[in-house]
Design a protein around this ligand. Structure first.
Ligand code: GCU
Length: 325
């Protein structure tokens, strides 16, 4: 594995040859998740029973919009926006997504999401603005605790799962985590940790997400830990100049998603996110899908021309992937 594109190999083993599916589930996967918590992302708060109140509901052009106040427990209440098909005869598959710019901003302009198209194709989208969960500022008193931002955002996904499981209109077996960039990092971590997420779409997630810590292209571990010291824990910083000593790389986190479907999506001009490295890691993680009997056709890569962004073209790819679930 020395010549993988975008990675300074060799990579640590995901599992040693001869490992059984049962050993993976009961031993190796929990061991890896523990290492990721200890050496990179830090802890997540305990879960609390979800409480939600509907604030209002209105029909929009092509979908129904419901605003909800979701009480997450330790991180306080957040505004959750749910969009649904106007008519539904059965529970619908649902994207659970964090957003950067606020729920309102997703309805027009360059940050618009494809709510009507998703609804037309029978999907719901539930979203929360990430900073309502945990501030994205290193100065936030939140980070004087043992918690760090990516882990908290990932925890937010799991609180959305708790809530989604209480909503009869949503298909509890088809909850799909989606996030872009730093939120793609949280998406992957949430998908790895929380098996109730049926599928995962870490979009352009880059370093600290699906891209290798041992990367040779784009953002280095040292750079990310320096510019965003509140994203990962202090242990990860010790590897700034010696990533080869990490006992894992991100293929091990990808493997923790198996056997569930995953779509790694990227953009041609987004070399900062090391898409070559990401795709190499997905290949390196694939034996775990084989081991567990997962559907390899649903371990997918998507690449479009253009820059780092979440565009309507990306939504088209997300929907095509989700329709196969
Ligand atoms: C920066 C950061 C990336 C991150 C991105 C984003 O570019 O270096 O790691 O993914 O912001 O969240 O848009």
């Amino acid at each position: 594995m020395d010549d993988l594109k975008g990675i300074a190999g060799p990579l640590p083993h995901v599992f040693v040859p001869g490992t059984t599916a049962d050993q993976w589930r009961t031993k190796r996967r929990p061991e890896l998740l523990k290492q990721f918590t200890g050496l990179m992302y830090g802890e997540a708060p305990p879960a609390e029973a979800p409480k939600a109140t509907v604030v209002n509901e209105k029909p929009m052009d092509g979908f129904l919009l419901r605003n909800i106040r979701l009480h997450t427990g330790i991180l306080g209440p957040v505004a959750l926006q749910l969009t649904l098909p106007l008519k539904q005869s059965k529970p619908v598959p649902t994207f659970l997504a964090l957003n950067f710019t606020g729920n309102e901003s997703l309805h027009s302009g360059p940050t618009a999401w494809s709510f009507a198209e998703a609804a037309r194709r029978g999907f719901a989208i539930a979203t929360v603005c990430y900073e309502e969960l945990a501030a994205d500022r290193k100065e936030s008193p939140l980070y004087e605790s043992k918690y760090r931002a990516v882990s908290l955002w990932a925890w937010g996904f799991s609180r959305m799962v708790d809530w989604a499981l209480t909503v009869p209109e949503l298909d509890s077996k088809k909850l799909i985590a989606l996030g872009h960039s730093r939120l793609g990092k949280a998406t992957l971590l949430a998908g790895a940790r929380d098996e109730r997420l049926a599928a995962v779409i870490p979009h352009q997630s880059g370093t600290g997400g699906a891209a290798p810590s041992r990367g040779t292209i784009g953002e280095s571990v040292q750079r990310i830990n320096t510019v965003f010291p509140h994203w990962f824990n202090d242990a990860y910083k010790k590897f700034n100049e010696r990533t080869a000593d990490l006992p894992f790389d991100q293929h091990c986190l990808l493997a923790c998603v198996a056997p569930r479907p995953i779509l790694l999506s990227n953009a041609q001009e987004d070399t900062w996110a090391n898409y070559d490295g990401q795709f190499s890691l997905l290949d390196a993680a694939l034996p775990t899908w084989k081991l567990l009997g997962g559907d390899e056709k649903l371990v997918q890569k998507f690449m479009r021309p253009g820059k780092h962004a979440l565009t309507p073209e990306d939504w088209t790819a997300f929907l095509a992937f989700a329709e196969k679930l």
